[in-house]
Ligand binder design. Structure first.
Ligand code: UN1
Length: 510
């Protein structure tokens, strides 16, 4: 991005060349003297700095957020929803700028940056409706003239730890719901993408201030994992931690928060596969596999990492897919003709190279790509490797555009291979056979949190619960009844008849 354009973008989103990393309400602060450099992955240059928050800054934030919670929970849920509606409107107004900033800082192409902001808008709309539907059932009591019911109450402070790859959408999935549920939020964004977080907080600050929302309902804190992340996950004043990232990180957070009997929503690694049957619509399967594997430069947790292809169409299908791969326009994500931007940084490029070397050592054959692109920035070539599912490298998630391909003979064999990985996020089958499709989404089929027929593994809509099984962590965010994770459940029994009856027929009289 040209300096003039960048200045304009920064101005529109309230960013500076040197920013403070912590905000509660309208104020920005941070006094660690420890500056984070924000890298543009396309050029490899530093575009801004952020002063990271200190442990003291964190303490101030939690205290303010706790106070804010006590007030915020008194605001009726539909009124909280109205404020989230206004946030959705403010995001609509800033969609182009915020989408461009996502592309600049994270490296995904502009249409995907805009799509991510659209996800934020969508979840705001969803949360507005949800704010009038935080309902619990009325239950039949076994005692005469009694009634039972369930209520859902606000929980407290929600600690959010998000990853670089969806630097803004995951914040909105969590906060839009948390806020209508009456919670406050402290957001620790990825240190690789702090600018998008600061921009989002500026937008929220403006809407919240206009509505007199207590300071501390929306907080953002940019800081080191070893300082701020550690404090957040260990803090008994934060009843829920929602974290997106690697399985390694999730196992650690799960153990710490579990140790204090707090709650977690963990959205961790995926190893998503698509089964392509000989009964598939090949054109559709090609388009979905291509987007799933190459889109976002393979940096979605839902990215397609494995293709399990019926042996009778294997060669024909791969020939077409490789032809698509050879035509991928790689470059500046803000250029409309670009299909694949850079990886987030040089560490990601090193992980890409290491995974390819490991795959070759483990018997893999590189069918296309396999190299780093010789230009400034963190660019690699989208890669296809023929390899066996059981190879160690195929069993782990590499956050890069590497697609492992393999053959199958029977659909049962394909499903077995499909499930034979430690992760369980997203999955798909391409088949026009109704029984193959139904089997894939049955209890005998995919063991993932998301299982699709005739669409790809990535690009889930916000209306469904998002998350996965096994090493993906088990959490669910976004749609369906995921809101329940942000509230505490209460069972109420009401005696309206006057006489005391003990449950289970117990008699207790002197
Ligand atoms: C992620 O990669 O962390 O389903 C989230 C998708 C997007 C969200 C991905 N809606 O691909």
């Amino acid at each position: 991005m040209k300096p003039k354009e960048m200045n304009k973008l920064f101005k529109s989103l309230g960013l500076k060349k040197v920013n403070k990393g912590a905000s509660v309400g309208g104020q920005w602060f941070a006094n660690s003297g420890d500056f984070l450099e924000v890298n543009d992955p396309t050029t490899g240059t530093v575009i801004a700095k952020v002063e990271q928050a200190s442990a003291k800054d964190y303490q101030k934030m939690v205290a303010t957020s706790q106070k804010a919670f006590v007030e915020w929970r008194n605001v009726p849920a539909p009124e909280r929803g109205e404020i989230v509606r206004q946030l959705g409107e403010a995001l609509r107004a800033k969609k182009d700028d915020l989408g461009a900033l996502v592309s600049l800082e994270m490296g995904k192409i502009l249409t995907e940056g805009l799509g991510e902001v659209q996800e934020m808008i969508d979840i705001c709309d969803y949360a507005v409706g949800q704010s009038r539907m935080l309902s619990g059932p009325t239950l039949q009591s076994e005692r005469p003239k009694h009634r039972m019911m369930e209520q859902w109450h606000p929980l407290g402070i929600v600690g959010l730890i998000t990853a670089f790859n969806f630097p803004v959408a995951v914040w909105a999935w969590n906060t839009a719901l948390a806020w209508v549920c009456g919670d406050t939020a402290i957001w620790k964004p990825s240190s690789k993408t702090p600018l998008t977080a600061i921009a989002c907080q500026n937008i929220a600050n403006e809407v919240f201030k206009r509505n007199g929302v207590p300071e501390g309902v929306s907080c953002v804190i940019v800081g080191r994992g070893s300082v701020i992340g550690e404090k957040l996950v260990n803090d008994g004043r934060v009843p829920l931690i929602s974290a997106t990232g690697s399985t390694k990180m999730g196992k650690r957070i799960g153990a710490i928060v579990g140790g204090r009997l707090g709650r977690t929503i963990l959205e961790l690694g995926g190893n998503n596969a698509m089964i392509i049957s000989e009964k598939a619509d090949i054109k559709g399967a090609l388009a979905s596999a291509f987007f799933g594997a190459v889109g976002t430069a393979g940096q979605r947790c839902t990215s397609t990492r494995r293709l399990i292809i019926h042996h009778s169409i294997y060669n024909k299908f791969l020939k077409k897919l490789i032809a698509n791969y050879k035509n991928v326009n790689i470059g500046d994500p803000l250029n409309k003709r670009t299909l694949m931007g850079p990886l987030i940084d040089d560490t990601a490029v090193a992980d890409f190279k290491n995974a390819i070397n490991a795959a070759v050592e483990q018997g893999g054959k590189v069918l296309c790509g396999g190299e780093v692109k010789r230009r400034k920035g963190s660019f690699v070539l989208p890669t296809i490797i023929e390899i066996e599912n059981k190879a160690a490298i195929v069993q782990s998630e590499t956050f890069a555009p590497i697609l492992y391909v393999m053959k199958y003979k029977t659909v049962d064999q394909a499903i077995k291979m499909h499930n034979d990985v430690p992760q369980g996020l997203s999955s798909a089958i391409y088949s026009d056979s109704m029984s193959e499709g139904e089997k894939f989404i049955s209890y005998l089929g995919s063991d993932c949190g998301i299982a699709n027929i005739n669409i790809g593994t990535s690009g889930a809509e916000i209306g469904g619960a998002f998350g996965g099984e096994k090493e993906t962590g088990g959490g669910r965010e976004s749609g369906s009844d995921s809101w329940k994770a942000y509230m505490r459940r209460q069972t109420n029994t009401i005696n309206w008849g006057g006489e005391v009856h003990l449950a289970q027929g117990v008699e207790f009289k002197s």
